[in-house]
Each structure stands twice: as C-alpha cells, then as structure tokens.
Design a protein around this ligand. Structure first.
Ligand code: 13P
Ligand code: SF4
Length: 351
C-alpha cells in the first residue's frame, strides 16, 4: 500500500483503518453494515487528516449522537445530546468548534462561545422544528398571550431563543417548566413536546396551562402506538424507549421517555431481552457499540439533516471553511439568546 507524500505512512493508515474497523464492528442497523475492513481502510487517511488538522488549528469536534458512527468514533472529541453538547460548547477553549449535528446546534455553540469560529459541515442540515417558527411568529404569539412565560425548546433559531424567557432541552423541559413561577406557559416550537409536557405536569398535579405552537420533528412524529403493539406482541419482555418529541399516545404507552442521553442511560441500566428505540437510528448505532450486550429490534428512522454530515465535509470545513459553513449572528440577537440559555443552565442546576 503506498502513502501520499508527507502524509501518514502506510503502516499508520493500516493501524487507523483497523482502529475504525474494531470501533464500528458492532454497528448493524437496518440500513446494512457499510463499515467493512476495506471501507475502514479507505476512510483511514481522511480521519487521520481530520485529527491532524484539529491539532494544527486548535479545533474541537462536537458530534450529536445521531450523526454517522464514523464521525462519532473516528474524529469526534465529544458526543452526546443537545444539553451535554451545549455545555461542551460553552466551556470549549478551542479556537474552532466544528459542530457535526444540525444548524441550530451550531448556532447554540456560537451563542455560548462567541470568540470561537463555529463551523457547520453542511449549511443545509436544518431541523423541521427549528424551521417551524421565526422571530415574527413568536412576536405574534407573545402578543396574544402577554401574561405567559415564553419557553423555547433548544431546537429553535437564535432569533426565537432571543425572544424567549428561558430555553429548555429534552432533558430538562419538565423540571424547568414546573419550576417557573408563571401559571401560563407559551411553549414553542414543538407541539408534540408540549402535549407530553402537559401530560407530565398533570401527573405531577400541576395547574399550569401550556399554550403550544405547531412544529413537529419529521422523525419522531412518525412513530405510532400500533407499531409498538405489534413489536410487543412479537417480542415478549420488550422495552420501548422514546423521546419527548414523539406523539403523546406513543410516549404514554412507552416504558421510558427522555432525552437521547437519558435514553442511553435507561438502556444501559435496564435488564430486558430486547429494546425498541423510537428515535433516530444513530442512537441505536451508539448503543450497539457502547452497550454490546443489549439487543435492538429495529424500528428507528433516519434524520436526513443529521445524515448530511460527512467526514469529507468536516475535513473541508477544517482545511478552509467556506463562508456558508461559518456561523455568524447579529450581536444583539446573540446576547439576548445567551440570556435564555444561561437561565436554562441555572434552572437545570437548581432543579
Ligand atoms: P436530544 O437533545 O435529546 O439529543 O434531542 C435532539 C434532537 O434533535 C432530537 O430529535
Ligand atoms: Fe430536528 Fe427531528 Fe432531525 Fe432532531 S431528528 S434534528 S428534531 S428533524
């Protein structure tokens, strides 16, 4: 095997290919298993180049659990859910943050780390929730409900965060809303998470009124109770694990509802013969690698936006980011959005 001039040696490439192959060996979701020995060897020069560029440029790669496993196990410095990654972004000392996730997550990193250059591998990696509401629409809703506290899910644009009183993630939404002094809450942009929030507050005996907007996640909105019942009939002892972006009837019939980070902890700590993960397939891939004794029965779906991330695009963003890969924000919007994120950090720590 020949090596490129001044690049890694053939031996280094083979060792990197073997590292990738071993890391990715357990991944076997519905889409098949493209991480063969040859595919990992072919990928190795790219992961070596990305890891060298990170050191050269003082860059860090944050990866959401839904992106492709070769990003998670090949080049990411931190992997996790939106809350864990926003803490990493806030505390990052690097000059460059590459966010392998979707644009609202990279915007959140820029809000929290304004001195860093924040880059997103593919500008088209949107989110059906964030795209469901702009600042003008939130102004309109707020005017209709002037006495309500405005709570925005982190899956929202910087403009929406800037207009909210507090931001929340899937991991802290129930506790933070419960802790707010206001009885009326305008929750945006996720209608299904609002339904789940209403149901949870009712279980806690809370009198709060939740007014919602109309966004939904294009992945989690598709799961059904019929799918769960069919799976339970075929796999006795099955545990069904869902995200609060799912419809309320699905969440109510599941064994566990939580953020992607909490879903992973639940699976790790729960003895069961099989699990049905009603979420994006990247989370199942992570669990196959990190909890290899657990069995999953499929049923997950792909998020097209998360899957726009690739090693090639990350390499290009690190070599010389194009203007469309660099996150820029109006400073006043950034400052106001930072306030609603900082309130979230404070309330999450206190509750
Ligand atoms: P988590 O914060 O739970 O990872 O959720 C992010 C997301 O986009 C789920 O669809
Ligand atoms: Fe947005 Fe849904 Fe994709 Fe998460 S899975 S990034 S909520 S579209």
């Amino acid at each position: 095997m020949s090596s490129p001039p001044f690049g890694p040696t053939a031996r280094e490439i083979e060792a990197e290919g073997e590292r990738l192959f071993r890391a990715l060996l357990p991944v076997d979701c519905e889409a098949g298993r493209p991480w063969t020995w040859d595919a990992c060897q072919a990928m190795a020069p790219l992961t070596l180049e990305i890891n060298a560029l990170k050191r050269e440029r003082n860059a860090v790669i944050l990866a959401h659990s839904y992106v492709e496993p070769e990003i998670i196990y090949g080049v990411a410095d931190f992997k996790g859910d939106s809350y864990q990654l926003s803490l990493q972004a806030r505390d990052a000392a690097a000059k460059i943050i590459v966010f392998a996730g979707v644009v609202f997550m990279a915007e959140t990193a820029k809000i929290l780390s304004p001195e860093a250059t924040v880059v997103v591998p593919d500008r088209r990696s949107g989110c059906s929730l964030a795209e469901a509401m702009d600042g003008a629409e939130l102004d309109r809703l707020r005017a209709l409900h002037p006495d309500a506290a405005v709570v925005c899910y982190i899956n929202s644009t910087a403009e929406v965060k800037a207009r909210a009183d507090v931001c929340v993630t899937s991991g802290n939404v129930f506790q933070i809303v419960q802790a707010l002094p206001q009885r009326r809450i305008l929750f945006v942009p996720d209608r299904l998470m609002a339904d789940n929030l209403r149901a949870q507050l009712r279980r806690w005996g809370s009198e709060k009124e939740i007014i919602s907007a109309d966004g939904t996640c294009l992945v989690h909105d598709t799961f059904t109770v019929a799918q769960m019942e069919d799976a339970r009939a075929r796999f006795p002892g099955l545990k069904v694990v869902t995200h609060p972006e799912c419809p309320a009837d699905v969440a109510a019939a599941a064994d566990f509802v939580g953020s992607t980070g909490a879903m992973m902890s639940y699976v790790r700590n729960t003895p069961a013969p099989h699990f049905l993960m009603l979420t994006e397939c990247g989370l199942v891939s992570r669990l196959q690698v990190e909890a290899p004794d657990k069995r999953f029965i499929g049923g997950c779906r792909l998020c097209p936006h998360m899957k726009r991330n690739s090693l090639e695009k990350i390499r290009d963003a690190l070599r010389a980011p194009r203007p469309d890969q660099i996150i820029t924000l109006d400073e006043e919007v950034r400052r106001r959005a930072a306030r609603s994120l900082e309130r979230m950090f404070a309330l999450a720590a206190a509750n």
